[in-house]
Design a protein around this ligand. Sequence first.
Ligand code: F6P
Length: 540
Amino acid sequence: MTRIVDTAEWQELAHHYEQLRDTHLRDLFAAQPDRGESMCLEAGDLYLDYSKNRLTADTIRLLVALARRAGVEQLRDAMFAGEKINITEHRAVLHVALRAPRGEQITVDGQDVVPQVHEVLDRMGDFARRVRSGAWTGHTGQRIRNVINIGIGGSDLGPRMAYEALRDFSDRSMTFRFVSNVDGTDFWEATRNLDPAETLFIVASKTFTTLETMTNARTARQWTLAALGDDAAIAKHFVAVSTNEAEVAKFGIDTVNMFEFWDWVGGRYSYDSAIGLSLMLAIGPDGFAEMLAGFHRMDQHFRTAPIEQNLPMILGLIGVWYNNFFGAETVAILPYNQYLARLTDYLQQLDMESDGKSVTRDGEPVAWQTGPIIWGQPGTNGQHAYYQLIHQGTKLIPCDFIGFCQPRHQVGDHHNVLMANLFAQPQALAFGKTAEEVRAEGVPDFQVPHRTFAGNHPTNTILVPELSPDTLGQLIALYEHKVFTQGAIWNINSFDQWGVELGKKLALDIVPELDATTDPALDHDSSTNALIRRYRRLRG
Ligand code: F6P
């Protein structure tokens, strides 16, 4: 198979890059008066303005040709058809089935999976209604007021992010907390002021073998039993979300209280499966269904829109343009919405675990850059921390700005101030300020170079009417499919994560070596041996 970098499409882009690399956004805007209106796309409720990127209509044409050559559409169709495109694990990749409406058909190994999805959603809905109404009580008959999700990675970041994002839609009389870190502090802080008789734990783990989650789950069981003193309490205070029924039973959770999902749902693509149970308890089954509808709307767009108008594909292609031709190493994702405080954390796993690969789907080393480093936090806070480097540093950092037209709460004129900042930053990044403009302001000569902004820093702006379960679903699906598009172009498997296995395995080997009652013979490298010895000595 021809390597993507050896195709005529890639070579044409490389040539085009040489012609365009020094062109300033100021000139691109001057040459095309309607650029701001023409370089934009809409899908569902999302509006993407990509005009402040260092590209022309020709660039888009060439990128679209690259996507066609890489077979992005074919891989997408294979995913929707339930083919086993996760080749290293021989699994289908069907998070899109999690939000398929009742009656739609998506088959894996000849079996339609949509009815199973809805069966679990119905069970989740029934459970959520009982907990929220008080019909489901704890062991002592007290109402459940606290829900703690125990999970890590995809079994934590998604529900945690979405709970934060949608907390304004949640039942405020209930407390929701998330324990992920095996640092005991996480569990201790999450439970310190809660009454076990009113607390429900959701143990969320696809495999139900993850060291951190199982350690936290065992501690939660002890914490519950220490207060309630009866094994029968476990059935009222613990539910599991997993693909692994045998391990759930082994842990001691009745599988009647287990909500299932399937091996064709990747951990980082799973928060709209039963992994989102904590979120459903918070916002209710109707809110959850609304979110799934939002996801589905973007899925439909991704599945049917031509590449030129396909919002996730265009976003992915623009990312490829910077990653592979401009040599940008990172992407900043900057939501101007405090409720999206955890969006970037979530997108880090989605993108970096998916596309952080260095061999092709056929196992050959890649000779091109793959997934970027994703980082950022909500605006406007970052403006007073790291935007300096984006504006005047030496690195090229493409940014996605995400804003909402309606605030969740009318608090004075805060929202206009927030949004003014969202509009101003991409403007400043694109156009900068020339030395002449600075001088004309009467700035002393010695300060002029310091106060000059080169500009030409690329940004996307995504504008959404308002934050809701529906638009959150659309936004997350947008990024899922963007990551998909990029993985398809780079010819990597975006759906496995072997890279996290080695560290997990080594940690398991080291755990017994830290036990103070033993005197283990350490046979790691000299650095690891010395660190373990020092730790043992200082731990006492
Ligand atoms: O960090 C690796 C990983 O396998 C992630 O892909 C996954 O989301 C996380 O661990 C948690 O896994 P599990 O849900 O099986 O506990």
